[in-house]
Design a protein around this ligand. Structure first.
Ligand code: 0L1
Ligand code: MG
Length: 285
């Protein structure tokens, strides 16, 4: 065998080994989700895991879900607040993929038996009406949206004690677990999306409060950043996508029996396991 053929065979073998490692790590995370058992973060055993590899593991994990009949319905942005970025020592957010099985109808009950250590976050979500490709301005991103709504994201890291590094949490699909969308407001032109009061209410009392400004400066900026991140990987944002733009406050541990509500100024509430159907946002704004 010539030297160059030997070299290309070695490269192929190491690429195969790399692909296998991606597949194995995706399966480990998938099994942790299915068995509801937290695992030690991947980077303990694989300290050199790169961000590109982490997104490949995320992709492979989503393919496992699709193989079980789930459909991709959108994306979530994570680590969008300055506080969270500082805590993680990073200066850019991450994204994860939302699938059909993660969606919980507004006002429904969510079974916690399928979760490890769930937490809730109040968010602002978009529904994209027109496919977005490439780097876009915030205005272009917002113009492509068919509506905005209040949302609740349930995160549930597959890692023990939510202890992870950036590659771990990307591989783990941004800790995604479930989400609830409030009623969609199609014409949001009158709302100042960059500075809406947001309250996460638990059992009818405010548990966290903040502003949509905490979401990457503006939820629309987070949406545009998602487009850039997808573009960097050769992807676009399909029409019909739901986008959770990021948390407006710290996450709160979700316990059985809790009634949860995200109140966003000017938008109807998103509710999870509610005890009453009153529109509480009127109480605050
Ligand atoms: O949605 C989020 O901002 C959370 C991203 C992942 C980090 C975490 O699990 O806290
Ligand atoms: Mg979130």
């Amino acid at each position: 065998m010539t030297g160059s053929r030997l070299v290309s065979r070695k490269i192929r073998t190491s690429e195969d080994a790399h692909q296998q490692k991606i597949a194995v790590l995706a399966r480990i995370l998938d099994e942790a989700t299915l068995r509801k058992q937290a695992i030690v973060r991947l980077t303990v055993e694989h300290p050199s895991l790169r961000l590109e590899d982490a997104y490949l593991i995320q992709d492979a994990g989503i393919r496992l879900r699709l193989g079980r009949g789930e459909k991709v319905v959108g994306f979530k942005m994570g680590l969008t607040s300055k506080a969270k970025m500082k805590q993680m020592g990073v200066d850019s957010p991450i994204y994860g993929v939302l699938t059909s099985s993660m969606r919980v109808e507004n006002g429904s009950r969510l079974s916690l038996s399928g979760r490890i250590h769930p937490k809730i976050e109040p968010e602002v979500a978009f529904v994209v009406r027109r496919e977005l490709h490439g780097r876009v301005s915030m205005e272009e991103a917002l113009n492509a949206c068919g509506g905005v709504c209040a949302a609740i994201e349930v995160i549930d890291s597959r890692f023990q004690n939510f202890d992870f590094t950036l590659p771990d949490v990307i591989a783990d699909n941004g800790s995604s677990s479930a989400f609830v969308l409030g009623p969609l407001v199609q014409d949001f032109s009158a709302l100042n999306l960059g500075n809406l009061g947001i309250i996460l209410e638990v059992d009818r009392s405010p548990a966290q409060s903040g502003s949509s400004e905490a979401i990457y400066g503006h939820p629309g900026a987070s949406l545009a950043e998602l487009c850039s991140m997808l573009h960097a990987r050769g992807l676009g944002l399909p029409s019909g996508s739901i986008v959770l733009s990021g948390a407006a406050t710290q996450a709160v541990a979700l316990k059985p029996g809790m009634s949860v509500r995200t109140c966003v100024q000017g938008l109807p509430d998103a509710l999870l396991n509610p005890t009453s159907a009153i529109r509480a946002f009127k109480k605050y704004f």
